[in-house]
Every structure is written in C-alpha cells, then in structure tokens.
Design a protein. Sequence first.
Length: 164
Amino acid sequence: MEETAEKMGISAIKYFDLKQNRVQNYVFSFDKMLDPKGNTGVYLLYMFVRIGSILEKSSHGTCEALEKLKVESEGFKITNQSEKELALAILRLPEQLEMAVSDLQINRVCDLVYEIAVKIAEFYNLSKVVGSNEEQSRVLLLEATKKVMAKAFELLGMQTIDKI
C-alpha cells in the first residue's frame, strides 16, 4: 500500500508540473495535485487501474487469453459513438508527441492522456463490456487504450499501478 501511495503521489506531482503551459504562471497546490477528480495524475491512474479491472473481469482477462484473442480476432469494431471517440483519442498519440516536440509543449501529452481518461469514463458509462455481444472487440479497444496510456505515462515519467 505504501509503495502504491508513493507512486501515486510522485506521479501526481509530475503530472501537475508537466500539464502546466510553460508560458503561464505556476501555482503550487497539493490539494489540486492530489484531487481524485478532474485533470490530475490521481484521476488518470484511477482510470488506468479501472481499465485493468475491466480486462481482468472479462473472459479474456488472462495474458494467454488476451494474446489468443489478438491473434484470432479481426480487430475491434466500432459500434457506438463512445467507442469511436475513444478510438480516435488513442490514435492521436503520435500527432500529439510530434507537436509536443516541435512546440516544446509537453503539456500536449498531458492534455491527450486526460482526454483519453474522460473518453474512457464516457465509454464505460455507455457501453457494457463484460458479457456483451461486443465483449471481444471492446476488450481489444480497452487493451489498446491501456497501452497508449502506459506509453504516455512513461513519457511523462509517471509510474503505473495495478490496484488502488
């Protein structure tokens, strides 16, 4: 528990620092950094853990089952607007990385990962994953989302966690 709390705290501080636009004034606030709601590292890590929890509960929750699904599946199918918006958000990572480097604004990566977290929440509220007819497709979409978030966290210097 202490290790998870330390990872969350350090990641929350890093995220708060990096999400600031470099041309605006910086206001240090532990309350804002550690807020579990809104555009914070704590919220992002919560959404990351939530994806993992959904994947574990699915019939493809084991690594072997997920790898088998990736091989046998035709990919994921977009069946509603929330899936489409989530898929489009994760596809924007290369574009945002390029813009962050060219404009020297790492906050673009922070903005994208927050947008992805918001899209996950919308997707989760509007689309049943476990036990749905589209479970395989949605599991693949969530797995792709988790990988994109993990890469963004890595680039931002944030550590991921498996449980909260």
